[in-house]
Design a protein around this ligand. Sequence first.
Ligand SMILES: [Zn+2]
Length: 488
Amino acid sequence: SKVKSVADLVGVATFGFRGEALPAIASVSRFTLTTSEGGAATELSVTGGRLDRVADGARQRGTTVAVRGIFFNTPARRKFLRSVSSETRAANEVVTTLALAHPEVGFELHVDGACRLVVPPGQTLEDRLAAVWGSTLAGTLVPVSHAAGAFRVTGFAQRPGDAQPTGRRTQLFVNGRPFKDPFLVRAAEAGYRSAIHPGDRPSLLLNIEVAPEDVDVNVHPAKLEVRFRDRIGVERVVEEAVRHSLGVLAAAVSVGDWRPAAMAQRGDHLAGPVVDGHDLFTPDAPPLDGEASVQPAPGFSVPLLQVFDTYIVYEAPEGVVIVDQHSAHERVLYELVMAQLTGADPPAQRLLLPLTLELTDEELDAVEAHAEELGRVGFEAEPFGGRAVAVHAVPSPHPKFDAEACFRETVADLARGRFGGWANRLERFAATYACRAAVKAGQRLDQREMRELLLRLFATDLPPHDVHGRSTIVQLPREELERRFGRR
Ligand SMILES: [Zn+2]
């Protein structure tokens, strides 16, 4: 190696160090550096910035930097170190972030002789995530891959059903470089809207690829923050990317310890193809969109089985799919109601004899406060003296619909603030109504009804998730079956 003096260290930048940092570190520590280009090795020792020794060393091609006794010669600086545990935590964060950024590089972290992290070189990002975040958390993630405009977003997002209020992990990269940005994390969370409890915080790892000239990485001294030229654009694409990833079957909770096949096989997600998940649901169905989706599609012809009058079961290419009929219908109605609340007129049915219902004061207030929304979904109600209301028209979302029960339950839920955590008033109303208007568990459905429900479900934005933060679809993957029966 050519390193003979401290000043030469600046040139070591090519080995992946920030040139100016090495001399700075060497000036406040007992520092040794061993480096070799494959032939003879050079070892130099620096103590508090003073070059002690340059000698021949022994090393294969590469460089080893050892830093001991940091700040030993600058007690004033040392006082600024925080507690051992918080410095350890900071070091741990630096190493894990680097480990996630570079699955191709091996890392080891030892603390007081105890090994905290060992990851071998040459890992896939999935395996690296499992090693760094733990396989339990990694097993709850689904791949993200989406490109729009100037941006491409890849990585992993947690299944909504597995998100918890605490203990989340988030990691953002732009062109492979780690950065922090709470607003982009919030944009990613917006992709979960209506699929998780408002308090749940999903784990995320996202890499944003963008042309270098569209992002400024030099706005922060420690390079922790970056500035995107198209701020609104990047937030929108991140939200879309997360939402897309949650709409596919792989985002449905699975029975057993199983990761989607696409995830296990596809080596490099950062370069993987964009997956369109809708065909995963339906064996040979034509693309589902808009009006076509509510017609019985000839392609989706697999036999459907209703079990316990509550779940619909069918065979898909990747496994057995189990759908909760209430959750599924709730998701369908939620998206329909959101459309009605913001536009199209509802299909209402005028009653020959109005329903007269006695309500509580709180419920009367709720009817008054939500008169507009109730009207939008098809309920026409007016005060009828005292605590009574007269309902003149009702919606008819399905043949088994009980208009009076739905009205009473929806109004009671609104009065009690049951979806209280939902920030948006229309979304809160839509979720409340959807839950109360949907077919219930325990109602017998015939083949045609089940098929229509599934087709409508697949046409929604987020088929696998209901509006309570629970699953609509549970899958028993074929791989899991084969594993259980010893076929693989
Ligand atoms: Zn419900």
